[in-house]
Design a protein around this ligand. Structure first.
Ligand SMILES: [Zn+2]
Length: 138
């Protein structure tokens, strides 16, 4: 794992975990899927993705196969502010918990909508993330 990616992961992970406290709407996102947020997060394996070899990285900070335990972090992940990176970790954890996405599933939310949902539900104002700044994050 390149240093920059590891550093961003190390900073964002505890933020995401904090948002998943049992009494939060954020943890309910997972509970409603029959999943446990903290467990989903802690059973995820993180690997670096090569931008050139992975088309998803051309427009995303990370990607995860639906139901998969491995999240690939793209180079861009290391350039995200901590709160945005935490939003991405939870977006990816939702894929691990079974949430699909357009265009793979036409009836699912778009990548951007999932990110917005996580940001709206999990973000706490003390972390200083503004809604309009997560628009371009996949
Ligand atoms: Zn996604």
């Amino acid at each position: 794992m390149p240093y920059d990616l590891r550093r961003s992961l190390t900073v964002a992970y505890p933020i995401a975990l904090r948002w998943l406290r049992p009494d939060t709407a954020c943890s309910a996102l997972f509970r409603n899927l029959g999943a446990d947020g903290p467990k989903t997060l802690s059973s995820t394996l993180y690997f670096p993705a090569e931008v050139t070899e992975n088309p998803p990285c051309w427009r995303a900070a990370a990607f995860t196969r639906v139901g998969g335990r491995v999240t690939f972090l793209c180079e861009g992940f290391s350039r995200l502010p901590a709160s945005r990176a935490a939003v991405i970790l939870l977006h990816e954890a939702l894929h691990s918990a079974g949430v699909d996405e357009q265009p793979h599933d036409p009836d699912a939310l778009t990548s951007s909508q999932i990110t917005q949902l996580v940001a709206r539900t999990c973000f706490s104002s003390i972390d200083g993330l503004s809604q309009d700044r997560v628009d371009d994050v996949r």
